[in-house]
Write a new protein. Structure first.
Lengths: 215, 216, 262
């Protein structure tokens, strides 16, 4: 198979895919912490708002959220570009999943750590920043890398709202020569794998590195 | 803006398409349950080459998007002479994709079966097949049933991706309604709410089953 | 028995009770701790002795009653002559006078030994880094671990960890130190090194200590006063002599006989 002629267009698509991935990861990361902390808040109203956010975005499909933001929201007078809708949907969706990771990781830090920092008269802020979070981050790493892989895969859906990502380029190339569709999508699968697998390897490495001998 | 009468008028169409969503979920999950088990056992093979191949397949399927896998099955296979309808390609795609996830679930269950159980089965001179069927699998699967249940919900929420290969499930129905009337808002919102209700209800159900399961 | 000291007590429990749901852990405890006084608390597990310390360290809130530290209310604030529940700011202003060492050490696993000991002096007391390090090294030398500055907690034995935890609490220069069964989680051969360090600190004298312990010999040697708790009450208290050789209450007699037999 000579696939070289397909590569320039697919490369362009992969760049868009990576761009959407990185932007969405940023939004998702931010929302994960925001909503994760909110769910642990002492104020009931804050807890309520954040759990509604999490339940809604985990309970409906990513693709439905994407279509809603891109096709339905303009009818309420808010028009988003495909990129904005894509990043918003991916960010909100994976932010909801990520907030669970943040919440459970913070709760997983042994209680004795909080008690020791209280005994040293650390303020709640200092406690969180220097004692709890550094330990919780280690617990979050594997789940976050998993979510990162899911997010990367999820970006393929933005092709359905007109963004020219890797998947979209495949559909375009297919229209030139339908007989090469097998080759085109085979190649695209391989390219996604090449982008995602380093994340898997990184996750394993992190897990091995941090799971050893912690008390 | 929002029209309630229009919303109610679209509801029957979307509920009708929900049947397809649920059917695809059930068939896809059945494939994944069997496929996942096969992948998990293949990975455990004593033959290093077979084990490596199965590991590779699992990693590859897990690391690539469902949407592209569906395109590959639906648009790619005909190019080499295998034509699949949207439903067949859709449930096959879902099934294969989630086989890879479920194989990991099975694996954790199998690895949790105490060593003594394997040794006892060998000591009693069971055949390999009887050992798996009577001793190992019953103990391996029971504790992972709640996890399998969660994957059922995850998969249910991914069925709208099948609209991309022209299967008329809920999202596709809503899209068609929207394209006809330019009223995407009601149709898509309705689909979102239906997904929320169904997945939330089933997660409650699974939680309850899990409690019951743990008690016995 | 009269333990009234000329000086005002540094800690004063008044009718302090604590319950968790239906379970009452402490019933109307009264206790004064004089400056520099060493008190050992003994009693069966579940008798409320650990809770006494945890209330003073502000890890649990009393259900009723008051605790004063240096003449100021710990869990309450005086607002226009009325006692109201203290906020975090108030707790923070008083908590610095108390230090605590835990049964399970609770060292910070992500920090080196030196940082475990300098973290609070720098960020809570606001000391210069150099000064904090000086203080920390002096203290770590005292507990015999000045050669482990760059190690991490996982690299230390249980006894060493507990000695670091003691140094970490001491650098904050509290007026009262709480030791909550600090040897209970240790292998028997490591108990001695930790007790030796505490004996040494106790001998210096200026700091009050509340030692919750199952080590009877240690309690007898170190404490000025022994308190026996059972069922959430202080059942008997007195000098080590009185408690160990002339116990009055039947419950204390039973408790001690069990210990001697075991």
């Amino acid at each position: 198979m000579v696939s070289v002629d397909l590569l320039p267009l697919l490369y362009q698509g992969a760049v868009t895919t990576l761009k959407v991935t990185v932007l969405s990861m940023g939004v998702a990361f931010l929302l994960s912490f925001l909503a994760g902390f909110a769910r642990l808040s002492r104020r009931k109203s804050i807890r309520l708002v954040s759990s509604v956010y999490v339940e809604v975005f985990r309970g409906t499909s990513l693709i439905v959220q994407l279509f809603w933001l891109f096709y339905a929201l303009p009818l309420l007078g808010i028009e988003l570009t495909a990129l904005a809708a894509g990043v918003a949907a991916l960010g909100l969706n994976y932010g909801a999943y990520g907030s669970e990771v943040v919440r459970s990781a913070i709760l997983a830090v042994p209680k004795g750590q909080t008690e020791a920092s209280i005994a040293l008269n650390m303020s709640p802020m200092l406690r969180m920043r220097r004692v709890i979070l550094p330990q919780a981050m280690v617990i979050m790493l594997p789940s976050f890398s998993n979510l990162a892989i899911e997010l990367l895969k999820g970006t393929s859906l933005v092709s359905l709202i007109t963004m020219a990502d890797l998947t979209y380029q495949g559909m375009i190339l297919r229209t030139f020569d339908a007989s090469r569709t097998f080759e085109i999508f085979g190649l695209i699968l391989l390219m996604y794998f090449v982008m995602a697998y380093p994340l898997t390897l990184m996750m394993r490495w992190l897990e091995r590195r941090f799971s050893a001998g912690r008390v | 803006m929002w029209s309630w009468s229009f919303t109610w008028s679209t509801l029957p169409y979307i509920l009708d398409a929900m049947k397809m969503t649920i059917l695809a979920t059930i068939v896809g999950f059945a494939i994944a349950l069997v496929g996942g088990l096969l992948l998990a056992m293949g990975r455990r093979s004593k033959n290093r080459l077979i084990s490596l191949i199965f590991t590779g397949v699992i990693e590859f399927v897990r690391s690539t998007p469902l949407l592209v896998q569906l395109y590959f099955l639906f648009y790619g296979l005909p190019a080499i002479g295998i034509s699949l309808g949207p439903f067949t390609a859709g449930v096959l795609g879902l099934g294969i994709h989630y086989s890879a996830y479920l194989s990991e679930v099975y694996r954790s269950g199998i690895e949790a079966v105490p060593r003594g159980q394997w040794e006892a089965a060998k000591a009693l001179n069971f055949t390999r097949w009887t050992m798996w069927r009577r001793i190992i699998l019953p103990q391996a699967i029971r504790p992972v049933v709640p996890v399998l249940g969660n994957y059922l919900i995850v998969m249910f929420k991914e069925t709208p991706v099948l609209s991309a290969i022209t299967l008329v499930e809920m999202l596709m129905a809503a899209k068609m309604i929207g394209a006809e009337s330019f009223r995407y808002l009601e149709a898509f919102t309705l689909v979102g709410i239906l997904f929320l209700i169904l997945s939330y209800a089933s997660s409650l159900l699974i939680r309850r089953l899990e409690l019951k399961w743990n008690r016995t | 028995m009269n333990f009234a000291s000329k000086e005002a007590p540094v800690v004063r429990y008044r009718k302090v009770s604590k319950s968790f749901g239906d379970l009452t852990i402490l019933r109307e405890i009264d206790l004064d701790i004089a400056p520099g006084e060493k008190i050992a608390v003994i009693g069966p597990s579940g008798s409320g002795k650990t809770t006494m310390a945890r209330l003073l360290m502000t890890l649990e809130e009393p259900s009723s009653g008051t605790i004063e530290v240096d003449g100021e209310h710990l869990w309450h604030k005086n607002v226009n002559g009325k006692l109201v529940r203290a906020d975090e700011k108030h707790l923070h202003s008083i908590r610095g006078k108390i230090g605590m060492v835990f049964q399970h050490f609770n060292l910070f696993p992500h920090m080196s030994i030196l940082r475990n000991v300098t973290e609070a002096p720098i960020h809570v007391l606001g000391l210069d880094k150099e000064e904090a390090i000086d203080r920390a090294i002096t203290m770590l030398r005292k507990v015999g671990l000045a050669d482990k500055l760059d190690h991490y907690p996982t690299q230390l034995s249980g006894g060493q960890k507990q000695r670091v935890a003691i140094a970490r609490a001491l650098v904050m220069r509290p007026k009262v130190m709480l030791f909550d069964e600090v040897t209970s989680a240790l292998d028997p051969e490591l108990v001695g090194e930790v007790l030796a360090v505490i004996r040494e600190i106790a001998a210096e004298g200026e700091m009050a200590m509340l030692l919750i312990t199952h080590e009877m010999d240690f309690a007898r040697d170190v404490a000025d006063r022994i308190i026996f708790t059972d069922g959430g009450r202080i059942v008997e208290q007195g000098t080590p002599e009185q408690i160990f050789y002339k116990p009055e209450s039947p419950r204390l007699q039973t408790f001690l006989s069990r210990f001697r037999a075991g």
